[in-house]
Design a protein around this ligand. Structure first.
Ligand code: 38R
Length: 295
């Protein structure tokens, strides 16, 4: 711990804080994630250990690298490589959306990172601009993979899950416990639209508003999810709209090329079973048509 020199605070969240630091022995710049105190909870420790082991195994060019871990005075400290900025910073810099080529370069790397995790049966569940790191040379690295959930899971109800709701799949919103890898594919669809337009696609201000945004845009829930909605105490007394015509139409986004629009529509299927896998998305014409994915 003493070998690190404090450089500045880069992030703050329900997990704790992220500090940019310098390793005094080798000059390396790192990001230290300092977790909130884990109040003697053996479960928290057990899950933290398992997750750390997992992160150490998950080595991929598009995932942030975990360098070191320590526990001191009931707090966990995770030392990661430092990556220049986040996609959130990029979006703040470009309020009208990112350049078309940049979106494609970012997206292929995001999908490669998620595909790798999915091949190890890990679901991220919290894909959002802040969790996508971008190096100065344009290398994209996902962070926070599957970690937040496992650490906060014990004692915390599924429904007060703290992740940003804007990227949450309909199955998570209605409280389906049988969700899986398609939740990450949904988030990718939301993210691509945001990269292209500069605006979040579904900026819901509550759980129900989130569902309304989604249904208005991509159509009615599947029967199983409608049933879960009506059984969920969170939505007592609330009605779902019945949509006849969906609004995610290319005519609403005339400046978005149809190849990427087709990819987004596939990610945003209301039925999770119909969404393609990340590996399939990587074979989409958007990446293969002009030999881009080989370059
Ligand atoms: C930056 C740069 C600017 N803002 N992070 C990933 C680790 C990391 C973060 N490595 N390099 C960075 N670089 C924990 C930020 N902010 C940021 C990014 C992610 C704040 C919070 C989070 C979420 C994982 C988390 C540090 N955890």
């Amino acid at each position: 711990m003493e070998k690190y020199e404090y450089l500045g605070l880069v992030g703050e969240g329900s997990y704790g804080i992220v500090i940019r630091s310098r390793n005094k022995e080798n000059g390396r710049i790192v990001a230290i994630k300092k977790f909130l105190e884990d109040d003697d909870d053996k479960m928290v420790k057990k899950i933290a250990m398992r997750e750390i082991r997992l992160l150490k195994q998950l080595r991929h060019e598009n995932l942030v690298n975990l360098l070191e871990v320590w526990n001191r005075r009931k707090r966990w400290y995770l030392v990661f490589e430092f990556v220049d900025h986040t996609l959130l910073d990029d979006l703040e810099q470009c309020p009208n959306g990112l350049e078309y080529d940049k979106v494609r370069r970012y997206l292929i790397q995001i999908l490669r990172g998620i595909a790798f995790c999915h091949s190890h049966n890990i679901i991220h569940r919290d894909i959002k601009p802040e969790n996508i790191l971008v190096s100065r040379s344009g290398v994209v690295k996902l962070c926070d993979f599957g970690f937040a959930r496992s650490l906060t899971a014990p004692g915390e109800m599924y429904t007060d899950y703290i992740a940003t709701r804007w990227y949450r799949a309909p199955e998570l919103l209605v409280g389906d416990t049988k969700y899986g890898k398609p939740v990450d594919v949904w988030a990718v669809g939301c993210l691509v639209m945001e990269m292209l337009t500069g605006e979040p696609l579904f900026p819901g201000d509550s759980e129900i508003d989130q569902l309304f945004h989604i249904i208005r845009c991509v159509g009615n829930l599947i029967p199983r999810h409608k049933e879960l909605f009506h059984k969920n105490p969170l939505f007592t007394g609330l009605q779902l709209p019945d949509i006849k015509r969906i609004e995610l139409l290319p005519t609403h986004y005339p400046h978005i090329p149809c190849l990427v629009f087709d990819l987004v529509k596939k990610c945003l299927q209301i039925d999770p079973e119909k969404r393609p896998s990340c590996a399939e998305l990587l074979q989409h014409n958007y990446f293969t048509a002009d030999g881009f994915s080989e370059r």
